[in-house]
Design a protein around this ligand. Structure first.
Ligand code: FES
Length: 149
């Protein structure tokens, strides 16, 4: 469910409400982004909320390219203060995505511009494909119905 609104810097795509993510939690989103040639490509990101602050990163470890949430929707280390790659345990600073420990120490997660507009968390600075059907709920419904066949 993406809605668009225009900002001074371009289009902002609302991906969820601020209240959908509790403070000190993160949530993954599967989006479709248009590349330079206008081709829609799956784009896996996650959004971290810390009080009134919101950060977003591509869901891709700089070391091996896998999703950070090896366990679905689990992005934090056991202490809940850093982001963690669930596969090999790389630790990343919450607000910068900088890797402070692990196999990709010194590298960073790719940060994504987000802003909160009227209580909605919005992705900015990119062009998303207009495909409201492609979201995680739809995906899991598809998987379930496949299993029922
Ligand atoms: S893929 Fe994340 S630390 Fe190995």
């Amino acid at each position: 469910m993406e809605t668009e609104s225009a900002t001074a810097t371009g289009v902002a795509y609302a991906i969820c409400e601020m209240n959908d993510i509790p403070s000190q939690r993160a949530r993954a989103f599967q989006l479709l982004r248009l590349d330079e040639e206008g081709v829609a490509r799956p784009w896996s990101i996650f959004v971290v909320r810390w009080g009134r602050q919101v950060f977003a990163y591509e869901n891709k470890c700089p070391h091996d390219g896998v999703n950070l949430d090896w366990e679905r929707q689990q992005f934090f280390d056991p202490n809940g203060v850093r982001l963690m790659c669930g596969k090999h345990g790389a630790l990343f600073e919450l607000g910068t995505g900088f890797c402070v420990d692990g196999p990709c120490k010194g590298k960073s997660l790719k940060q994504i511009a987000v802003s909160v507009i009227d209580g909605d968390i919005c992705v900015t600075g990119v062009t998303l494909a207009e495909d409201d059907e492609f979201d995680e709920e739809q995906e899991s419904e598809d998987q379930e119905s496949e299993g029922q066949g």
